[in-house]
Design a protein around this ligand. Sequence first.
Ligand code: AHG
Ligand code: MN
Ligand code: MN
Length: 334
Amino acid sequence: MKRISLTQYLVEEQRQHNTIPAELRLLIEVVARACKTISHSVGKGALGEVLGTAETENIQGEVQKKLDIISNEILLEANEWGGHLAAMASEEMESIHPIPNRYPKGEYMLLFDPLDGSSNIDVNVSIGTIFSVLKAPEGMGQPTEADFMQAGTKQVAAGYAVYGPQTMLVLTTGNGVNCFTLDREMGSWVLTQRDIQIPAKTKEFAINMSNQRHWHAPVQRYIGELLAGDTGPRGTNFNMRWIASMVADVHRILNRGGIFMYPADTRDTSMPGKLRLMYEANPMAFIVEQAGGAATDGKQRIMDIQPHKLHQRVPVFLGSLDEVAVVTGYHNEG
Ligand code: AHG
Ligand code: MN
Ligand code: MN
């Protein structure tokens, strides 16, 4: 089998489709390199003294794990000096991180969830990194949070790395979704899946069932019907999976179909859902749509939402086209 490296893929993609100019290629390669470093830390576990919690909370009020902080630092450091970025933003930082004045500035802005699935770190279950790339607005001076307030449709690239039995990088630049596997001996990313397509039909769903009593009516109805199986209105049995790492759940769905849900619920109406729009929902929505699936907040397409703050949360329904259509239809009825 002829091996195609990430670099070769990016160069050829630019030649054929003109979607990856040199600066964006550098950005993607730097992010991929940072993910390689994170993967190495993750893989060391207790031997690298990277497990456990730090004694800090992030802006979301979540206790940070050591690896949340380490991964954030790795991504910041890797991306500061290349001249490809104007600013960065992260789940782990309250405000945006403009590129320091000692470095040249570029035309892109990078957002990331440095370590997704933090609750799985200490139990050796798959975790990941999610990233989203936007363009800096024309004529932008010193970057501000307002410059990041762009709908998901404006993303020029998005991807995630999953640190599982294998480390993989899944990437879209708006021309389909491709997957690269990390060759640990060579230290290189090798193209292993081209143009991934999510099956439109599925019999598998992913949701945290422990929140069932708090759900709103459309989600109660939808999940109730799935659970009723072949004697219920859907006339078929559905299976359930919940890894509690969005990256790992989405990766399964990309490969064999399924629907992933993190709905809003009745507990705290000021907090619509758990997942963050800018660096979790938008990049995953971009990937899922590019793979032929759909992503909504229950009512509308996630990528059409106009953001109003960096750490904004959003309900998420994404994956196989037909199931996302059913649950979105229930929300829009009545
Ligand atoms: P993070 O670790 O970046 O805070 O994200 C965790 C998210 C997401 O990855 C996952 O799907 C969800 O939280 C799990 O939530 P529950 O703990 O409610 O299962
Ligand atoms: Mn996350
Ligand atoms: Mn995280």
